[in-house]
Ligand binder design. Structure first.
Ligand code: BJ8
Length: 384
């Protein structure tokens, strides 16, 4: 669908961003800029940013290397874990290759056990993330944030000052604000773009290493979308508005978004990682203890690896109201037990408290369920 003449091109350039930044990454490596590879939204990116490192996400979204991974790992494991391990094992991911240090956290069981094998290919450091958000958990996580800073200092032979951390916090807050302003455009009704295009931008933005440039680009894009917004003639008028939640999506799993939008719905907000879950909250840059502020902000993230996990409900509750959501779709990656078990609570909240339709779909990185997804989403959209 063509929305506004010049915008699809911009969205496509974000879609290609991961690939396009391979060359930039190589040039940065040649200039001696360290790369830190990460796997999770809980990682306080401000710490590596404070020493001038580039931070790159290594979660893989393609099924290409899963057969290689399955030679070592169980088949009934989450595709994100298998695919990420497969790319490392086969050396097919340039970002993995460029990473001087890989940092993981103790989130779900499959991921944390996979890190043990990943260490055979690269230096790996694992942060001990508590699985609850109590005050004891906060104390432990704060110690882990400081221990991470010390690990980077020792590994890269550098010193990270408190002032550098504060500057990184300010920059990251500005990046989050620019991304938030962009996705908040979807509060407009009708929405000014398709959810698939919004996702391309959010995902692509994580591969832009020059944060100042990214902030400027996001501000310009937000202004452009706003300027070209024409609610009267919008082809998206009257579409049911959907919130997407669940496991991280991207790559092949965007098939769910396409199935929804091809059948007449409109995804207006992503609650999951790459969406509001990772961007919604800022770090208090003026806090007396900056490590405490970082620990608080990151521990607050409402991922299903936390128990209990009230912050996911809190965020969803607000997003459903702010984005005038008509229905909720939960995407669960195959064998992702935490999201799968938590889906009962999410269903109860959405259908009971918010009185909205809800559906959950379990999928993987193959395209074999595309037809079935299409049928299910068509029936769901019809029902809304
Ligand atoms: S903050 S969602 S990035 S842990 S790997 S939990 S899909 S079985 S990725 Fe995640 Fe951090 Fe949470 Fe976000 Fe399930 Fe797969 Fe585990 Fe996964």
């Amino acid at each position: 669908m063509k929305l506004i003449d010049t915008l699809p091109e911009v969205f496509e350039s974000f879609n290609e961003q991961r690939k396009n930044s391979f060359i930039t990454a190589l040039q940065m490596k040649e200039q001696g800029i360290p790369f830190v590879g990460v796997f999770c939204t809980y990682l306080p990116q401000e710490i590596p940013m404070a020493m001038g490192a580039a931070v790159v996400g290594l979660c893989s979204m393609s099924g290409e290397t899963i057969p290689d991974a399955e030679k070592d790992l169980p088949r009934n494991l989450c595709p994100l874990i298998k695919s990420s391990y497969g790319f490392a094992k086969t050396d097919k991911c340039p970002f993995f290759y460029f990473s001087d240090l890989i940092v993981g956290e103790t989130t779900c069981d499959g991921k944390k056990k996979m890190y043990e094998y990943l260490a055979e290919f690269k230096p790996v450091y694992v942060m001990e993330l508590p699985n609850s958000q109590s005050s004891d958990a906060l104390e432990l996580w704060k110690k882990e944030v400081i221990r991470f800073k010390e690990k980077l200092e020792q590994h890269f032979g550098t010193v990270i000052t408190e002032e550098q951390v504060r500057q990184a916090v300010r920059l990251k807050n500005a990046e989050r604000a620019a991304l938030r302003d962009f996705y908040s455009l979807m509060k407009l009704n009708p929405a000014p773009m398709l959810g698939q295009d919004l996702y391309k931008v959010l995902y692509g933005s994580t591969f832009k290493f020059d944060k100042e440039a990214l902030i400027k680009e996001m501000q310009e894009l937000t202004a452009k979308v706003r300027a070209e917004y024409d609610p009267q003639n919008s082809p998206l008028k009257g579409r049911p508005r959907v919130l997407v939640t669940g496991s991280p999506i991207g790559g092949v799993t965007e098939k769910v978004i396409r199935a929804l939008e091809d059948n007449g719905a409109q995804v207006v907000v992503f609650e999951n990682c790459s969406g509001a879950k990772s961007i919604d909250e800022d770090v208090d840059a003026d806090a007396a203890d900056i490590y405490d502020a970082l620990a608080r902000r990151y521990l607050n993230i409402g991922c299903s690896c936390m128990t209990p996990n009230p912050n996911r409900i809190r965020l969803m509750n607000r997003l459903i109201d702010e984005y005038q959501v008509d229905a909720v779709v939960e995407v669960i990656l195959q064998a992702c037990h935490t999201y799968n078990v938590e889906s009962l609570g999410i269903r109860r909240f959405v259908t009971g408290e918010k009185k909205l339709p809800y559906i959950s779909v379990e999928t993987d990185y193959s395209t074999s369920d595309t037809g079935q997804l299409n049928t299910r989403m068509a029936a769901f959209v019809e029902m809304i």
